[in-house]
Design a protein around this ligand. Structure first.
Ligand SMILES: Nc1ncnc2c1ncn2[C@@H]1O[C@H](COP(=O)(O)OP(=O)(O)OP(=O)(O)O)[C@@H](O)[C@H]1O
Ligand SMILES: [Mg+2]
Length: 239
């Protein structure tokens, strides 16, 4: 299977500091790839670099065989990459429905082959949102805001979705809901890239794993292989 996202020799620097060194991995449609690593390892920087949010980036970033390095975040989004950053970015003064509208991409600009999302369909995925459509998003709990952020990103009809620590700071029951959602996105054929500090949440959803430490890739393989590799886990991951 040809990979939908290909990252090769990806480097990133911020002024004098080099944050990423030759990051290599590929990710497929219908699979969840977890970028896992400790605090400050470079997971978020990798996602930002893919999304065109880091100015100084080298190497190859391809989506469905098409180079996206050097494009603007907006252009990259139009080519089918959705991004849910660590800090949830909802518009608190807008209603839930208005937040979803903000994420909608005009049909002709949406990536071809991407699943078609409508307000109705995202509400099937997140029934809670359906009950809250007319309420200001600022009234939502942290978990609901995370769901809204994911739902709004889906409205752009991405083929690749980058989820930066979506389970962070959420109650276990909400984390379970997020895991179910990720499995549903996988069934839709999305290429899901997830970042996590440890393996707990990843275990429920991940097919493949990329271990990052100090801006370098230390392991790439199946999630099962990572679970079996006690040495890699002890060296580069938090229990
Ligand atoms: N704006 C910035 N200015 C300077 N250094 C930065 C900046 N953003 C990130 N870094 C550094 O880059 C490195 C990688 O950070 P990054 O945020 O990618 O880590 P992470 O793996 O996402 O960590 P976490 O799990 O805490 O979110 C860290 O050493 C961090 O201090
Ligand atoms: Mg991070």
């Amino acid at each position: 299977m040809a990979s939908l996202l290909r990252v090769q020799n990806l480097s990133a620097r911020l002024g004098a500091a080099q944050l990423l060194f030759d990051i290599d991995f590929e990710a497929n449609a219908g699979e969840v790839t977890v970028l896992v690593g400790r605090n400050g390892a470079g997971k978020s920087t990798t996602m930002k670099a893919i999304m065109g949010l880091v100015a100084e980036v080298g190497g190859v970033i391809e989506v469905d065989g098409r180079n996206v390095r050097g494009l603007t975040p907006h252009e990259i989004a139009r080519l089918g990459v959705g991004y849910v950053p660590e800090e949830r970015r909802i518009f608190t003064d807008l209603t839930v429905a208005e937040n979803l509208e903000v994420g909608r991409q005009p049909k002709r600009q949406a990536a071809r082959d991407a699943p078609r999302w409508t307000v109705e369909r995202v509400c099937e995925l997140f029934p809670k949102l359906a009950e809250m459509l007319d309420r200001p998003a600022g009234q939502m709990s942290g978990g609901e805001q995370q769901m809204l952020t994911i739902a709004r990103t889906l409205m752009g009809n991405p083929r690749v979705i980058l989820l930066d620590e979506p389970s962070e700071g959420l109650a276990p029951i909400v984390v379970q809901r997020i895991a179910e959602t990720i499995r549903a996105l996988k069934r839709e054929g999305l290429c899901v890239i997830l970042s996590e500090q440890n393996l707990h949440f990843a275990r429920a959803v991940a097919d493949r794993a990329v271990v990052i430490e100090r801006g370098m890739v230390r392991f790439v393989g199946s999630f099962t292989a990572l679970e079996a590799d006690a040495e890699i886990r002890a060296k580069y991951l938090t229990a």
